[in-house]
Design a binder for this molecule. Structure first.
Ligand code: URA
Length: 210
């Protein structure tokens, strides 16, 4: 099985991520950056989406021209930090459907506990992009994809802003068929389950809750 990790090393992506990591970046700037970055990530995530030729008419003549194949893409946001990705992704994928997966991390065990799950109908014909800014322990990502697979989507991709070797291993031990798209693989997890050097708590930084 593939265990694919796509490192998105485009200079614009790396530059914006550096600004987001800085501890003195304000909530306003952080939010703007995550918005800009997610549009750039969507561009990379959809690079290998299947295409189909449809007949259209230009002002001059008919032609066959490519469009993304199949029903609409689903952006599956792992609450709450995943929602930070939505606006930017929807700018590039305006017709995408949006699903939500509510998981919280039990502070004692660091395990994921589900409290909400809502996806659009017809998942069998849809391609899903799972959104979670931090692939840290990997526990929530594994739980989210476990649940998503029960809906039998056509494909699943996972995107984050930052991950670490432990998160990738845990995720791919459970779901080797789901590619990870990330701009950064950081050094390690600390004892609290935070990625270091990382960027802190992504949810708190997006929503200004600290
Ligand atoms: N969640 C975060 O927001 N940050 C981390 O570093 C790990 C998990």
């Amino acid at each position: 099985m593939s265990r694919d990790v796509h490192i998105i090393d485009h200079p614009l992506v790396q530059h914006k991520l550096t600004l987001m990591r800085k501890k003195d970046t304000s909530t306003k700037s952080f939010r703007e950056l995550v918005h800009e970055l997610s549009a750039l990530l969507a561009y990379e995530l959809t690079r290998d989406m299947p295409m189909q030729q449809i007949e259209i008419e230009t002002p001059l003549e008919k032609m066959m021209s490519p469009v993304i194949d199949g029903k609409k893409i689903v952006l599956a946001s792992i609450l709450r930090a995943g929602n930070g990705f939505l606006d930017g992704m929807l700018q590039v994928l305006p017709g995408a459907r949006v699903g939500h997966i509510g998981l919280y991390r039990d502070p004692a065990t660091l395990k994921a506990v589900e409290y909400y799950f809502k996806m659009p109908s017809g998942m069998e014909e849809r391609d899903v992009i799972v959104l979670d800014p931090m692939l840290a322990t990997g526990n929530s990502a594994v739980a989210a994809v476990d649940r998503l697979k029960e809906t039998h989507p056509r494909s699943i991709r996972f995107v984050c802003l930052v991950t670490c070797p432990q998160g990738i291993k845990t995720f791919h031990d459970a779901h080797p068929d789901v590619p990870i798209y990330t701009p950064a693989v950081d050094r390690e997890l600390n004892e609290h389950g935070y990625i270091v050097p990382g960027l802190g708590d992504a949810g708190d930084r997006i929503f200004g809750t600290k």
